[in-house]
Design a protein around this ligand. Structure first.
Ligand SMILES: Nc1ncnc2c1ncn2[C@@H]1O[C@H](COP(=O)(O)OP(=O)(O)OP(=O)(O)O)[C@@H](O)[C@H]1O
Ligand SMILES: [Mg+2]
Length: 369
């Protein structure tokens, strides 16, 4: 098993226990209270939900992932897949197929994963109302059982041409399932807020907001030191503190840097600052072609603003010092450049402060001549 994992859902030994959050979340789930999970990217929202439900005795989850859905048929397929993968002792697979007859399901086995999949017919599932067929099957499997329904990357439903209509349909079905817990997750903060906190949205006030923040430093240190110890490497607390600060405590980035440090060190060593720097270089080597691709379309003003942001941070981007370093004359120019950089998803606005999406990209830009 790899010592550190990133870019995927982590479970078991790769998951640093989060007992306080797990306890709160399991309380909501068992009470049938719908929850919307809020938190920064790569902080560990999806992993927390999966690990928590797996740890609840007798409970199972139907998990649909809406990442990148482009059509109503895609939404139906993601729900159909979630049902196909829902493993139940009563062997509901056949029953699921019968319940979906309306959207002409085809059962197959995924050649890569070996898991059962269900694909619905595109012409039978193009209207938003087809989502109801799928939700009825979900409801049938979830009602009166210890089953929680997880809807991940939910914000992507909003981007569909008929997104509003699909959301309204989902809401009306979901509100009849008072005893079933739905957990909604998303990685685009603003889009999720607009679905659950905007009075205009059908989902307004339909779920409690549940915040997932950084893993406490002490817990993360105990976890990381334990993982390094499996390869006979000693992680000093002071070095881990620098790792945490370097990546702003984003769980996925902590694991990525730890993995890189693992790659450049040998059993029997006590890890040092020099190892951390070698680890950073490993990440740069893995990702620099992607960084070059991100930077290529940027104008020279945008690049200078990006560099000033990397050097000075994003708390005061309209200050004289920021303008001087970015070599621009007016605050409007900075604002416009930051908006373009946010649109390109290189930076994001966190309560008025601009931040880099990737701390490694920030460092790569900061070190550029
Ligand atoms: N409890 C944890 N212990 C250790 N590492 C974790 C934990 N939770 C998350 N991570 C790290 O963060 C990465 C991202 O986790 P996850 O996909 O659960 O986050 P997310 O918040 O759902 O991300 P996204 O915003 O991309 O959906 C994991 O691959 C892992 O490296
Ligand atoms: Mg996630």
């Amino acid at each position: 098993m790899e010592a550190f994992k990133y870019g995927c859902v982590v479970r078991g030994a790769n998951f640093c226990a989060r007992p306080v959050l797990a306890r709160q979340l399991s309380r909501y789930v068992s009470a049938g209270q719908n929850v919307v999970i809020q938190g920064e990217r790569r902080i560990g929202k999806t992993s927390l939900v999966h690990e928590t439900i797996a740890g609840m005795r007798g409970w199972k989850a139907i998990c649909a992932d809406f990442m990148g859905v482009r059509s109503v048929t895609d939404v139906c397929n993601r729900l159909a897949d979630a049902l196909a993968r829902f493993d139940d002792e009563e062997n509901l697979y056949r029953k699921t197929l019968a319940m979906l007859a309306h959207v002409r399901p085809v059962a197959t086995v995924d050649a890569m994963t070996g898991l059962p999949t269900i694909t619905v017919d595109a012409s039978a599932s193009k209207n938003p109302s087809s989502v109801n067929t799928l939700l009825d099957a979900v409801a049938h499997h979830a009602q009166k059982r210890k089953v929680c329904v997880v809807m991940d990357e939910f914000q992507d439903v909003l981007d569909l041409p008929d997104g509003d209509q699909v959301l309204a349909l989902m809401r009306s079905r979901i509100q009849h399932l008072a005893d079933t817990c739905f957990v909604f997750l998303g990685s685009a903060r603003n889009a999720m807020l607009s679905i659950f906190l905007s009075p205009k949205s059908p989902f307004y006030k339909s779920a409690v907001v549940f915040g997932v923040d950084e893993i406490p430093d002490d817990d993360f240190y105990a976890f990381a030191a334990g993982r390094f110890a499996t390869g006979k490497r000693m992680l000093p607390r002071s070095l881990f503190q620098r790792v945490l600060e370097f990546v702003s405590r984003t769980s996925g980035d902590v694991q990525e840097l730890c993995d890189a440090i693992w790659q450049v060190t040998s059993p029997g060593s006590t890890l040092t600052d020099a190892d951390m720097e070698k680890g950073v270089q490993v990440v740069f080597a893995r990702e620099s072609s992607a960084y070059a691709t991100f930077s290529k379309p940027l104008t020279s003003i945008q690049l200078r603003v990006l560099r000033a942001l990397a050097v000075l941070g994003g708390a005061h981007p309209l200050s004289g010092e920021f303008l001087r370093l970015a070599d621009v004359t007016t605050p409007t120019t900075v604002k416009r450049a930051l908006a373009a950089l946010a649109k390109a998803e290189l930076v994001y606005d966190l309560n008025g402060e601009y931040k880099f999406v990737s701390p490694f990209f920030r460092e790569w830009i900061r070190r550029r001549p």
